[in-house]
Design a protein around this ligand. Structure first.
Ligand SMILES: Cc1ncc(COP(=O)(O)O)c(C=O)c1O
Length: 460
């Protein structure tokens, strides 16, 4: 498709107006001071900016574009739906065909008996909904006292007030307190924090005892649910849990009548090499939240999916219905786009590609670590990978954050044609699931060049 060429004057005006009329999400004034980056076109794993520069996107457009940009199959599905019925709400007793077809499809691909969907507009809203669903579930069953949530330190579940209250990262919480009462935190539960003299299973058990102790202290009858991401996200470099931890959390929830909520907004839809991250441990939650890769980035949509057992509590008589909703939740065109996105994942076997390509990239990163002293832990699974930069790997000394080494590498990559996400000194590699071997090699070569430059710049 032809894009209209902007004159230099128009481009300059757009860049000025971006800063004047918009507050960006998670804004960084330091970055904005360098000017607005404006994107105009995408194809596959690549995007182009307003000046015509091409970038390989190693962060899949904020972890959304699982099947790449600009897929004619999705465009066709959206256009057809637009021409037939662009929107009718999922309101009181009304449904649309794409909505029902998508709900049926989700029931088919989701693990265990997760099969009943509540559609929203984003991952944030999906988590808000999951928390409300857990509370009302207990209320309908006569357990009004169950209102608390257990979450994990360093977890991210969104910036909204409810999901922000179970987010364990200080930066997202501190300006907005007091947050929702009754949100309790336990350890992040990362294999990487395991004491050197302890095996993984023993460490997992220790963490489970911590949760059990908290439940006993608060009283099991006060707790609605535990909310967690089976593999925490890019903020902390996809740390894996110790052995037996997720299975143990499931058992604790069952023992104490708490619901288990898995936030798979970031980890779902094939990125880990299975459709959903929890399938690596064969542990199924009572409620799962979905977003991001669900739609492939084409149109916003989120879903809170639960089991028939939980859903039944809201359906068995007038008056017990789940009290939640929004105008556009389950937007008709978003559902059509999502169905087309899922069809591409299936047809092109992108879940398998994430597994195979992810293993290839990981091996190459491990080799890179051997060649560069500043490369520390390589973490993650499938195509959700992270590289931790260290001042001294041997002595486990991190860089002084003030040096901004991760940001320097990100900027170097950007200048050389690649979008890279960094969280401080954690570099994230989470490209689209369509990534080819050639593209993977390009991404790895550029990272290595950037690391080599940074080694000289920061004297490692
Ligand atoms: C694990 C997790 N949960 C929830 C969210 C919130 O989703 P959204 O920002 O799409 O509303 C995110 C977004 O980054 C996420 O990574």
């Amino acid at each position: 498709m032809k894009t209209r060429k902007c004159s230099d004057r128009e481009k300059a005006q757009l860049k000025r107006d971006a800063l004047k009329f918009i507050i960006p999400h998670f804004a960084s004034n330091q970055e904005l001071a360098k000017g607005a980056k404006i994107f105009t076109r995408g194809k596959g794993c690549y995007v182009w900016d307003i000046d015509g520069r091409k970038y390989f996107d190693s962060f899949a457009t904020l972890l959304t574009t699982v099947c790449g940009h600009n897929r004619p199959e999705v465009t066709r599905a959206v256009k057809e739906q637009m021409e037939r019925l662009e929107f009718f709400p999922n309101y009181v007793d009304t449904f649309t065909e794409p909505l029902i077809n998508l709900a049926r499809k989700l029931a088919d691909i989701l693990p265990g008996n997760l099969a009943v969907s509540f559609f929203v507009n984003s991952g944030s809203e999906a988590n808000e909904t999951a928390m409300k669903m857990a509370r009302q579930y207990h209320l309908e069953r006569g357990q009004r006292t169950r209102y608390k949530f257990i979450a994990r330190r360093d977890s991210y579940h969104a910036t909204t007030l409810g999901a922000g209250s179970v987010t364990g990262l200080k930066w997202f919480r501190e300006y907005f307190e007091p947050l929702l009462p009754g949100c309790l935190f336990v350890s992040a539960a990362r294999e990487r924090d395991r004491p050197p003299n302890m095996d993984s299973t023993t460490y997992g058990r220790q963490l489970l005892r911590e949760i059990e102790a908290l439940i006993q202290q608060e009283g099991p009858e006060s707790i609605a649910a535990m909310i967690m991401d089976p593999i925490p996200g890019s903020n902390t470099g996809y740390p894996m849990p110790p052995q037996g931890y997720l299975e143990g959390v499931r058992a604790l929830c069952d023992k104490h009548g708490m619901l288990l909520i898995f936030d798979e907004v970031q980890t779902g839809f094939g990125k880990t090499g299975k459709w959903f991250a929890c399938e690596h441990w064969d542990v199924t939650p009572d409620i799962m939240t979905l977003g991001k890769g669900l739609t492939g980035g084409f149109i916003p949509l989120g879903v809170t999916v639960t089991t028939p057992k939980v859903a039944e509590v809201f359906r068995h008589k007038p008056g017990c219905e789940f009290r939640s909703g929004s105008t556009y939740g389950g937007h008709t065109v978003a559902c059509a786009a999502t169905l087309a996105n899922i069809a591409i994942i299936e047809k092109e076997q992108l879940v398998a590609n994430a597994r195979v390509r992810g293993a290839y990239i990981r091996n190459k990163l491990e080799a890179l670590k051997q060649r560069h002293a500043m490369v520390g832990e390589i973490s993650g699974i499938g195509l959700l990978l992270a590289v931790k930069l260290m001042a001294d790997r041997q002595a486990q000394i991190p860089f002084d954050p003030k040096l901004g080494v991760g940001g320097w590498i990100r900027d170097w990559c950007y200048r050389h044609g690649m979008i890279l996400r960094n969280n401080g000194d954690i570099l994230v590699l989470a490209p689209s699931l369509i990534i080819s071997k050639t593209e993977a090699d390009f991404m790895l070569a550029l990272i290595e060049k950037a690391i080599r430059q940074a080694s000289t710049r920061f004297h490692v």
